[in-house]
Design a protein around this ligand. Structure first.
Ligand code: GTP
Ligand code: MG
Length: 192
C-alpha cells in the first residue's frame, strides 16, 4: 500500500474531497511540521522541508496507505508575507476546517525552545470547537537538554490546561519519539 501526495491546495477550489480520517499538523512556521510528516510516513522528503520559514505555502494532503490523510497546514507567525497572501491563506484554512467532515485529530507543534505563544493558544481554542483530540508536541528537543524539555512540558501543560502526560515531544533524531507519537495517533483513531 502506497503513500503519496494527493494534492497541494493553494485555493479553496483545489481542496480535495477525502473520506479517510484527517490528521492535521499545525503550528508556527519552521516548527517542523513537514519533517514530522516525513518521519511518520517513513519517507525522507515527500513533504518538502526547509530551514527558511514559510516553506509550506499550500495545504498538502498525504494519503498514508489508504488509512489516514495527513494534512500539512501552512505555518503561521511568519511576517514576510503580503497582506493579500495572508488573507488568501486564512480563507483557505478556514474553508478547510469548516467544510471537512473527516477531521479526526490535531497535532499542534510547538518549538521546545520557543514555547507556547499567543497564536498557538488562539489556534488551540479554535480547534476545541471540533471536539477532537488536540495533541501538543514540543519539537526539536535535540536542541535542548532533558530538564529543559520537562520544564517546557510542565509550562505547556499549565498554559493550555492539559495534563502533562498528554503533551508529547519530538526530535527527528530520536526514533523513539516518533514511535510514541504513532502510538498516540493509533489510540486516538481506535477510540472512534
Ligand atoms: P513551514 O513549512 O515553513 O511552516 O515549516 P515546517 O513547520 O514544515 O518546518 P520544516 O519541517 O520544514 O522544518 C524546518 C527546519 O527545522 C528544517 O531545517 C528542519 O530540518 C528543522 N527541523 C525539523 N525538525 C527538527 C528536529 O527535530 N530537530 C532539529 N534539530 N531540527 C529540526
Ligand atoms: Mg512545512
Amino acid at each position: 500500500m502506497s503513500t503519496y501526495l494527493i494534492c497541494s491546495a493553494y485555493k479553496v477550489e483545489q481542496l480535495p474531497k477525502t473520506n479517510l480520517p484527517n490528521i492535521v499538523l499545525t503550528g508556527r512556521s519552521n516548527v517542523g511540521k513537514s519533517t514530522l510528516i516525513n518521519k511518520l510516513i517513513g519517507r525522507k522528503q515527500l513533504a518538502r522541508t526547509s530551514n527558511k520559514p514559510g516553506k509550506t505555502i499550500s495545504i498538502n494532503f498525504y494519503n498514508y496507505k489508504d488509512m489516514i490523510i495527513f494534512v500539512d497546514l501552512p505555518g503561521y507567525g511568519f511576517a514576510h508575507r503580503s497582506k493579500s497572501t495572508v488573507l488568501t491563506w486564512k480563507n483557505l484554512v478556514e474553508t478547510f476546517f469548516n467544510k471537512n467532515d473527516n477531521l479526526e485529530l490535531f497535532l499542534l507543534l510547538i518549538d521546545v525552545r520557543i514555547g507556547v505563544k499567543d497564536k498557538d493558544l488562539e489556534l488551540f481554542y479554535y480547534l476545541e470547537q471540533f471536539n477532537k483530540d488536540i495533541i501538543p508536541i514540543l519539537t526539536k528537543t535535540d536542541k535542548v537538554n532533558k530538564n529543559y524539555v520537562n520544564k517546557q512540558i510542565d509550562q505547556t501543560s499549565a498554559i493550555i490546561n492539559l495534563s502533562p502526560n498528554k503533551i508529547k515531544h519530538f526530535s527527528h533524531k530520536d526514533p523513539k519519539s516518533m514511535v510514541e507519537i504513532w502510538n498516540t495517533i493509533n489510540k486516538a483513531l481506535q477510540r472512534d
